[in-house]
Write a protein of this length. Structure first.
Length: 182
């Protein structure tokens, strides 16, 4: 059965975006990875069998035609009560479901033995953590202090105990992977 990986980039101060959702370059490393990050990126793409995203993350990428250039040739399960009409046609297969538990379960069916990646947005990530649906957390920590924006970990939020699995340092990002202890 598929395991679930929460995979997000964060600033040094734990934010997933800048003020009012501003892009502060948290994913620049992904599109032009430094040498040390290449195995991390290649592993993420190879090991991911399905991706769970929220409606806002889906919409932002769709508006920017970001789905046309994704390296992930896997099903994407979108958590929403507002599926788009018409349904998208293109290189990426989308399914739309109402809740995070349903989305993770459906993504696990689609992923088979590969990982389900929870890729955003932050609300979906928080819900998955709070529901105990996440097996591992991978944070790509970018050396920028956003100062204000959207924190990944809500306060108050569920307490988490994480055990380091792997840390890879690169010039523009540090990849930290943890197992969630239950």
């Amino acid at each position: 059965m598929a395991r679930v990986l929460l995979d997000m980039a964060v600033s040094l101060d734990g934010l997933v975006s800048g003020p009012e959702g501003a892009d502060v370059g948290l994913y620049d490393w992904f599109f032009d990875p430094p040498e040390a990050s290449r195995p991390v990126v290649e592993g993420m793409v190879a090991e991911t069998g399905a991706i769970v995203v929220g409606r806002n993350a889906y919409g932002e990428a769709d508006d920017a035609q970001g789905w046309d250039e994704t390296p992930y040739d896997v099903p994407h399960v979108v958590v929403t009560h507002r599926p788009p009409d018409p349904l998208p046609a293109g290189p990426v297969r989308f399914e739309f479901v109402a809740g995070v538990a349903e989305a993770v379960a459906r993504a696990a069916e689609l992923a088979g033995e590969r990982w389900v990646a929870v890729g955003g947005g932050v609300d979906v990530a928080r819900q998955c953590l709070a529901a105990g649906l996440v097996d591992e957390v991978q944070l790509h920590v970018v050396p920028v202090v956003a100062g204000d924006g959207l924190p990944l970990f809500a306060r108050p939020g569920p307490g988490l105990r994480l055990t380091p699995v792997r840390i890879v340092a690169a010039p523009s990002v540090t990849h930290c992977r943890y197992r969630v202890e239950r």
